[in-house]
Design a protein around this ligand. Structure first.
Ligand code: AMP
Length: 471
């Protein structure tokens, strides 16, 4: 079995043959004309999703995964950025006037017999494009080449022995999903896709883990924190679990300690990396000694093929998994990426330091944050707030407790709102609704507070320190 999600399953043979047939169609009908244009693969966790991914690759086309949780205007941004792309939709596609091959047609195509793909990918070809939050209010597409992905998988397969049962928590539009999906496919394991409806209920998720005898959990620490609230989440009840593999945000000592208490002897691996360098480039097994030392947990030792150095506190990643840049955005690409003696390098914006060959994370240099595992540019929310119902200025700040970001607060300046006037509950609800038309749910600030004037520091910039005192 290659993939399974709530009864919707796919063997390796089916995955191979179905993707062959879809690839044939992609090349035969659209191939030459559109070969440089990415294809959008829309949906959630159906078994047709990995079929579409492989089909694109076999047709020599890049794919861009878009999850059902993305709001329409965000999808529209991506469609516009690519420029009227072909869309393979495994769920109903929400936008009108697009070139869509829907679920029924996809099934018919993939179940035809006897055709083979007509082309293949070259190492430098873009394999996938993942869009991530951009500080100016529009998402930016990170291009990952076939070679980037191959070099990442060469390393990541080592975490999962052949035939493992691996849980996929992240939607395919986040690059954390690449860790479970491609490591499993590269190493002959089975992926179990956990749908988002089941993630809302801890009990449902735990049932999924038990029913599918999950051995390897690939997730953000936030996700496991949610499961740890349930005291039945322990080795006695979940005997199959062998390893927790984390990536995407800070792993705290508290989470690691609680995990080892509930699952004595389980392997905890912390990995680190941005989408721009193909999921992760460092790893370390977290030991009891590290937890007891009272110090920050490390993010790991750099994998073969990658090099990391620290420049003015900032982590710079170089090597074979670093992206060529952002899709059709030379300016942003030039700001973050550069070449050094023929090697591709990326300025992460993360602060870090080494102790020997072990790397440690020390926060961000800018206003990018992680909330419940999601990467968010605060500027993305601010840009989308300005313009709604007379909002002239906005600043979004994280609310931090026990070193972890718990929620967001937006401070807004509203036209025609008097000195001591408060906004009504209804007005705030309406702002949140309007913001929800543009941004995914996880980016909507929990609190929205109107202020008469935005505090500024001597440089004329928003005085975030002052605002932080009243969050
Ligand atoms: P993403 O592109 O969504 O994977 O987010 C990448 C960012 O997540 C990195 O630049 C870091 O700021 C943060 N991050 C990823 N892994 C870790 C980790 N193990 N510890 C702390 N922060 C992390």
């Amino acid at each position: 079995m290659a993939y399974e999600s709530c009864g919707d399953s796919l063997t390796y043979k089916e995955l191979w043959e179905h993707s062959d047939r879809l690839a044939f169609l992609l090349w035969e009908v659209y191939g030459e004309r559109e070969k440089d244009q990415p294809v959008i693969v829309y949906g959630h966790k159906k078994a047709l999703m990995p079929v579409c991914f492989l089909a694109c690759a076999k047709a020599g086309r890049a794919y861009c995964p878009v999850d059902v949780s993305m709001p329409e205007s965000r999808i529209q941004d991506i469609v516009d950025t690519i420029g009227n792309p072909l869309i393979l939709a495994t769920e109903e596609f929400p936008l009108k006037d697009c070139r869509v091959i829907g679920e029924e047609a996809l099934k018919i195509i993939t179940e035809r017999t006897g055709v083979r793909p007509l082309t293949h990918m070259e190492p430098k070809d873009t394999y996938y494009i993942i869009f991530t939050s951009g500080s100016t209010g529009k998402p930016k597409g990170v291009e990952i080449s076939y070679e980037n992905l191959s070099r990442f998988v060469d390393w990541s397969v080592g975490f999962f022995p052949k035939g493992s049962r691996i849980m996929n928590q992240a939607p395919f539009s986040f690059d954390l999903s690449v860790m479970d999906t491609y490591s499993a496919l590269g190493g002959g394991s089975t992926i179990y896709g956990l749908p988002k409806e089941m993630q809302k209920e801890c009990g449902e998720t735990l049932k999924f883990i038990k029913d599918n005898q999950i051995e390897y959990i690939v997730s953000t620490p936030s996700f496991v924190n949610m499961l740890l609230v349930d005291k039945s989440f322990c080795a006695d009840n979940f005997r199959d679990i062998k390893q927790f593999l984390f990536c995407g945000e800070r792993l705290t000592r508290e989470t690691a300690r609680r995990l080892l208490e509930q699952f004595p002897g389980v392997k905890i691996i912390n990995t680190y990396g941005p989408t721009e360098s193909t999921v992760a480039v460092t790893s370390v097994e977290i030991t009891e000694d590290m937890i007891e030392s009272g110090e920050e947990l490390p993010i790991g030792i750099v994998k073969e093929g990658s090099q990391i150095y620290i420049d003015d506190e900032e982590i710079i990643i170089c090597g074979d998994t670093v992206s060529s840049g952002y899709f059709q955005d030379e300016e942003k690409t030039a700001k973050a990426f550069f070449e050094e003696k023929g090697v591709r390098c990326y300025r992460t914006g993360d602060k870090g330091y080494f102790k020997g060959d072990m790397l440690y994370y020390a926060g961000r240099k800018d206003n990018q944050i992680k909330l419940h595992g999601y990467r968010i540019e605060l500027g993305d929310i601010e840009s989308n707030l300005v313009g709604i119902d007379g909002i002239t200025e906005a600043a979004v700040l994280p609310k931090v407790k026990d070193d972890t970001i718990r929620s967001l607060t937006a401070f807004i300046v509203v036209e025609h709102l008097g000195e001591c006037e408060e906004m009504s509950f209804q007005q705030i609800k309406e702002i949140k609704r309007k913001l929800g038309e543009k941004l995914p749910n996880y980016m909507i600030p929990k609190k929205i507070r109107a202020i008469t004037r935005m505090p500024r520091n001597n440089n004329g910039k928003v005085d975030r320190k002052r605002l932080a005192m009243i969050v």
